[in-house]
Design a protein. Structure first.
Ligand code: NAD
Length: 268
């Protein structure tokens, strides 16, 4: 019997991961505080199918307040997806929330895993935002991270914490740096969600900057498969991997090719 914990289980990526783990036979404990960064109803909908599954248990709560010693009993894998995501809201007063959810919560979890005898892997969901405006393309994992957002800073700090607990206490961590993930249930603050909504309601699509930025996008099922591989490949322990679609795309190109009007707004 394989027992997996998914933090951030009600979120975009976490909810897909829960479904796939259940389908492969795992017993899954989903943890989520259902915060109001976006619609709580959407988060409940994300878990609607999994909630009915006999091998799924939902724990509603904040990572920092849970009894981890008890929770980690017999757990094989932790997929740590919970975080305060989003680049733009990490500036200003919002920053405190990012340090709480991304750094402090991760530290609490890592501290508990020091004594988790059954734990085979802790997979940490990091981000391409730790690179900032990377000048080398394609971007190698080995380049020096230079985040250009407070969000990126907090995720990099959490990555480094994972590394520290691996070095000092042999916590079997693997870090995955996702490049913008898209697909069903994408967060409402993300581009594709906004584009599709604008398309459905015949609205103008807002674009930040000049819209000529390029990005590598990752389909949700690829992000999930990357997690499964990170959990099973022995050589992945202590390693960091970029997870992307492998092709750069331009946002204005995406919007214009679908016949939409777009509006260029000022950069941050
Ligand atoms: N979506 C992307 O394109 C993308 C890209 C790079 C990295 N990531 C990372 O992937 C992970 C998942 O992203 P997502 O898009 O699914 O985000 P999401 O906001 O949809 O899901 C995160 C979930 O975590 C929960 N949560 C946050 N802090 C918590 C805490 N301390 N305790 C309990 N629950 C908590 C939230 O309620 C939310 O449901 C995050 O770590 C994010 O930084 C996502």
């Amino acid at each position: 019997m394989t027992v997996s914990i998914v933090t951030g289980a009600a979120g975009f990526i976490g909810s897909h991961l829960v479904e796939v783990l259940l389908s492969q036979g795992d017993h899954v404990i989903g943890i989520d505080e259902f915060n109001d960064y976006y619609s709580i109803d959407l988060k409940y909908q994300n878990l609607l199918a999994s909630q009915k599954h006999p091998r799924f248990k939902l724990i509603t709560g904040e990572i920092q307040t849970l009894n981890w010693q008890e929770l980690l009993e017999g757990v094989d894998f932790i997929y740590h997806q919970a975080a305060q995501a989003g680049v733009r809201s990490s500036w200003g007063v919002g920053f405190r929330n990012y340090t709480e959810k991304n750094i402090n919560a991760t530290q609490i979890l890592l501290e508990a895993t020091k004594n988790a005898k059954s734990l085979k892997r802790l997979i940490f969901a990091s981000t391409s935002s730790i690179y900032g405006n990377a000048e080398t393309l394609p971007t190698q994992e080995s380049i020096c991270p230079q985040p250009i957002s407070p969000y990126g800073i907090t995720k990099l700090a959490a990555e480094r914490l994972c590394w520290l607990y691996h070095q000092n206490f042999q916590v079997p961590i693997t870090v995955l740096r996702y490049f913008t993930v898209y697909g069903p249930r994408q967060r409402p603050d993300m581009a594709f969600h906004k584009f599709f909504k604008a398309s459905l309601y015949d609205e103008v699509v807002p674009i930040y900057g000049d819209g000529k930025q390029t990005r590598d996008f990752t389909f949700i099922s690829d992000a999930v498969v990357a997690n499964l591989a990170a959990a099973t490949v022995p050589e992945a322990v202590g390693e960091t991997f970029n997870i992307g679609g492998g092709r750069s795309s331009c946002l204005v190109g995406c919007v214009a090719s679908h016949g939409r009007n777009y509006m260029v707004s000022h950069p941050l």
